[in-house]
Design a protein around this ligand. Structure first.
Ligand code: B3K
Ligand code: ZN
Length: 876
């Protein structure tokens, strides 16, 4: 019989090359100056580029340009046409001399660019997103961050449709052309990598302001938005000026151009982008007024505006040598924006929020199939590495160095880093070395924080010897294996520690214990009675801590610890222990083996805190919020969604009903505080909606009425959304009334309609799945706007009870999204793989369904590189 060979297509993941950090080589050629001319048009934009090419060293290798879709129509070297060849995702050609001028032209279609990378259209305007590898979608280029060039950009467009023409740097010339067109020429004197290139063209209005740097240089500030939105830019402008002043005061860093422009767009893959002198923002991080934005939105805007501004130094003046160094700019900049927000508001509240976010996103990532070090060793698609690990764990790693150095020495380390590497494309190693030299730290062992994935596990136990009056702290560190890293060397773990006297309810000062060994003991003298251990204060190290404690210790810390974070942490732990015991009890009486404190004790602690005078309302609301179902799942070997949901709900009900009067009093007291952005008023709004939530959990007969009243009377979005969130979970007529009224009031305001979608898909309503399905078919739902997609699907996926419903239909809902969205916007799609990738943590039936969904996705022909990488890793 003849041998018949069956033709099978090679699966995408076997074709996708893996890029490795160890393979880094300096570029063969460099582009030193870039002259770009754009004839802008929504469907056909023509680009002409003149690039000064310089050979890097002595060699005869060809010039290779990265290219993604925008093939050259013409290509000339020193005026002579040149034949180029295709080599994978690059084009190559030979240049027989050490330098040359390369001229090329391309034509691109922004209005069909649904990936939103490169030059794209959004509501009739044009804008760019080039990080990480979008510039090559505009022209073929040496599109890597260690190629820094000076850019001059000439923009031409129809004056009526695109009256505003912006690019990086400063405007040097502008004027009218024939046929109703006009032009603007921009020049950026600072050499920059291509990922920081930006242009914007559109019919926009500007809010303007000024800043004078500490050395007296004037800076014109502008925030460009669509007409009608200009009344909602004041907060962002305020945040920008505060960031500029803060960076001068805290880091001594000044702005370096005469203009700083910000543009808000509604179709954007991420939060914002730090392009030199021309930041482009997702409109949700710019637009705010009391009627449409919550206090949380106000904080997010302040934080993101600051983050992008701070990148001007940590990212732009000193950039990354290659994308493996991404945390060099992102981790450091997140740390900087966290400190800024802490200074602008409440330091402990900000720390709690940051740790909550770290635990919600980064710890699960670090414990799953997509775990990677903050400086990864390899990737297929760099867009997949804009992760919570790179950003948030990266920030924690910088914070640990700051903690070990203390503020002054940390500043000296930063000064040295900026001095040494200004104008360079640097590495994480450069940063660590600057910290060693400038701050005087020995970071030899600390470098492992850059190399190892996974959250360290620390065990702590305090032993007391009454005879000698000695308290001995015993510490031990362990690591679970992560993909590709089975055995991990020991890490230095800085733990801010205090021993609190049980009688005095105070300590004698904090000690920084740095755990460097597998096991380590530290002795403290002078304790006649065993003190209470307060450890990892301020969350000084991003670890999971397991402390052996006696029963009364946690309630004692909740009441008496002087570190606000430690108080929060103690109550969280108290609640977690109780809930885990309750879940074990569901398997039959006596199944729980725990020293969890009783429900009565928890209620007593909550009761104290509802009216504790030492707490401001904002902190009170943080402390009294229960851990999320997802976080509780993280504490279990096998996640049990129904049991977690039931146990948490029962505890909420108990706290609500047994403290109903204090919650009512808190709600009334807070409702009497008039709207303002003062700390007190904001705190009052936070406790108001928290109290409302507990009143509803208590199933008080009038809960619906109180919630609806808060909704109807609200003169601001924080109260309205807080009430709406409670109403959305209720099975009552007021739910529909409120949802309709919310929708009608804000129809046409995309950012608020996003909230309307989220409030429903994230609710605890028993029919949330059907409601979400209905919303997918709603006329306002679209797959082409990433904000809308995220607004509907993220809350659903984070909604443990709904997403992990035993039938598996929650998984199918997400799988269908992935399959439809991938062809439109792979970058946004790839973010949705992680929830399915957590299958190993669930029971066999769920795990099989989740795996089945991943396999269904992988079998789709033409799957993007972005999604392929995440799915392949999740199945490995
Ligand atoms: N640097 C950008 C993120 C770019 C993401 C590209 N996929 C925003 C920021 O971190 O400030
Ligand atoms: Zn950033």
């Amino acid at each position: 019989m003849a041998d018949i060979q069956t033709a099978t297509a090679t699966p995408a993941h076997q074709e996708t090359p893996v890029i490795r950090r160890a393979d880094y080589l300096p570029p063969d050629w460099r582009v030193e100056t870039v002259h770009l001319e754009f004839d802008l048009d929504l469907s056909a934009t023509h680009v002409t580029a003149a690039l000064a090419l310089v050979r890097n060293g002595e060699h005869d290798r060809p010039v290779r340009l990265d290219c993604d879709g925008a093939l050259p129509l013409t290509l000339e070297v020193d005026g002579a046409p040149v034949l180029w060849r295709s080599e994978g995702s690059q084009i190559a050609f030979d240049v027989g001399q050490p330098s040359a001028t390369l001229t090329l032209t391309t034509q691109i279609a922004p209005d069909t660019n649904t990936q939103l990378m490169g030059l794209f259209a959004s509501n009739g305007m044009l804008c760019t997103q080039c990080e990480a590898e979008g510039f090559r979608r505009i022209i073929p280029f040496i599109d890597r961050p260690d190629n820094m060039a000076v850019y001059e950009v000439l923009l031409r467009a129809d004056k009526a449709r695109f009256p505003v023409l912006l690019a990086n740097g400063a405007l040097v010339d502008t004027g009218d052309l024939d046929d109703g067109r006009h032009y603007a020429r921009w020049h950026d004197p600072h050499p920059k990598p291509s990922y920081l290139f930006a242009l914007v063209a559109g019919d926009l209005v500007a809010t303007r302001d000024h800043f004078t740097t500490k050395s007296g240089a004037p800076v014109d500030l502008a925030i460009y938005v669509r007409a009608g939105d200009e009344g909602r830019t004041a907060h962002a402008m305020q945040a920008l000026k505060a960031s500029m002043a803060w960076d001068e005061q805290v880091y001594g860093l000044e702005y370096d151009l005469p203009v700083f422009n910000i543009v808000a767009v509604s179709d954007f893959n991420m939060g914002a982008m730090e392009n030199k002198g021309l930041n482009i923002f997702n409109s949700r991080y710019i637009l705010a007024d009391p009627d449409t934005a919550t206090d949380y939105d106000y904080d997010a805007i302040e934080g993101v505006v600051a983050h992008e501004y701070f990148h001007n130094w940590s990212g732009n003046r000193v950039t990354c040598r290659d994308w493996f160094q991404l945390s060099l700019k992102e981790g450091f900049t997140v740390y900087r924006d966290q400190c800024f927000s802490a200074d602008m508001g409440s330091e402990p509240v900000k720390r709690i929020e940051d740790v909550r976010m770290l635990r919600a996103a980064q710890f699960p990532e670090d414990a799953g199939p997509l775990a990677h070090p903050i400086r990864p060793d390899s990737y297929m698609e760099i867009s997949n590495f804009y992760t919570s690990t790179i950003y948030n764990k990266g920030a924690e790693v910088i914070r640990m160095m700051a903690t070990m150095a203390g503020p002054e020495r940390f500043r000296q380390g930063c000064d040295l880093y900026f001095r040494r590497h200004d104008g360079e494309a640097a590495t994480c190693e450069d940063f660590v070395r600057a910290m060693e030299d400038g701050a005087g730290l020995d970071l030899a062992q600390f470098r492992r924080w850059y190399e190892q994935a996974g959250t360290p596990q620390v065990q702590a136990r305090l032993e007391h010897d009454a005879a000698s009056g000695t308290a001995t702290l015993h510490l031990r560190q362990n690591f679970a294996a992560t993909p590709g890293q089975a055995d991990k060397p020991l890490m230095p773990i800085p733990l801010r520690t205090a021993l609190i006297d049980r009688d005095m309810k105070a300590h004698r000062g904090e000690t920084l214990v740095v755990l460097t060994e597998a096991e380590q003991s530290v002795e403290f003298a002078g304790f006649a009675r065993a003190p209470v251990l307060s450890i990892n204060r301020g969350f000084s190290a991003p670890v999971n801590l397991d402390v052996a404690r006696s029963a009364g210790d946690l309630p004692f810390l909740v009441r008496h610890d002087d570190d606000p974070f430690a108080r929060y942490e103690a109550l969280q732990q108290l609640v977690i222990d109780r809930l885990i015991a309750d879940i074990a009890d569901m398997d039959g009486p006596g199944a729980a083996q725990s020293h969890a404190v009783s429900l009565d004790e928890i209620i007593a602690v909550f009761g104290d805190l509802v009216s504790d005078q030492r707490l401001d309302d904002s902190m009170r609301a943080e402390i009294l919020s229960l851990p999320t179902e997802a976080f509780l799942g993280e504490q279990m070997l096998v996640v049990r969604p129904e049991a977690i949901h039931a146990a948490r709900r029962a505890l909420r009900k108990a706290i609500g009903s047994r403290l109903l009067d204090p919650w009512r009093i808190a709600h009334e007291r807070a409702s009497a505080v008039p709207y303002s952005l003062s700390r007190e008023a904001r705190g009052a709004r936070k406790i108001k909606s928290l109290a409302l939530g507990y009143i509803a959990s208590a199933e008080a007969a009038d809960a619906g009425t109180i919630a609806f009243e808060q909704f109807a009377r609200a003169d601001n979005m924080t109260d309205r959304q807080g009430a709406m969130a409670v109403l959305a979970s209720m099975q009552a007529d007021v739910r529909e009334t409120a949802l309709d009224s919310f929708y009608n009031r804000y129809q046409g305001n995309a950012l608020v309609i996003d909230k309307w979608f989220s409030l429903q898909s994230g609710s605890a309503h028993p029919q949330v799945y059907d409601q979400t399905l209905e919303l997918i078919r709603h006329k306002d739902f679209t797959l082409t706007n990433p904000n809308r997609v995220r607004a509907l699907y993220w809350p659903f996926v984070s909604n443990q009870a709904a997403f992990h419903e035993a039938s598996g239909r929650g998984y199918d809902l997400l799988t269908d999204l992935v399959l439809r969205l991938d062809a439109i916007n792979p970058q946004t799609t790839a973010r949705f793989i992680a929830p399915l990738g957590r299958w190993r943590r669930f029971d066999e039936a769920r795990a099989a369904r989740m795996r089945g969904c991943l396999e269904r996705i992988l079998s789709k022909p033409g799957l993007s590189k972005d999604v392929t990488e995440q799915v392949v890793k999740s199945l490995e």
